[in-house]
Design a protein around this ligand. Structure first.
Ligand SMILES: [Ca+2]
Length: 103
């Protein structure tokens, strides 16, 4: 049995999937993360991330924000802490959401 990395019947390849998304550089994404933090406490909650993903026009934002929190919230306090966890979130967005263009 052959295992595909993505199912061609359900997921178009990343290149065609990204066309309508807003693309940004790593620096712009970091600035965008500051605006994501709507109550300005320095931490990004799942709800804030969810609302922010909606403004980017990404699909499956509930799933994406949940998955990102699972991956990036290393100390399990249910928010993305500034510093290491924020850096992990940026790496995650670059790898999984395809919204960051490397310059
Ligand atoms: Ca955390």
């Amino acid at each position: 049995m052959v295992l595909y990395t993505y199912d061609p019947g359900h997921y178009p390849p990343p290149q065609s999937r990204n066309i309508r998304f807003r693309k940004m550089t790593r620096e712009q994404f970091e600035q965008w993360l500051d605006t994501v933090d709507s109550n300005h406490d320095g931490y990004i909650s799942r709800n804030e991330l969810n609302a922010a993903l909606a403004t980017l026009g990404l699909r499956f934002k509930t799933w994406k924000s949940w998955r990102a929190m699972k991956r990036c919230d290393k100390n399990h306090n249910h928010v993305i802490d500034p510093g290491l966890e924020r850096k992990k979130l940026i790496d995650y967005a670059e790898k999984r959401w395809h919204i960051i263009v490397t310059n």
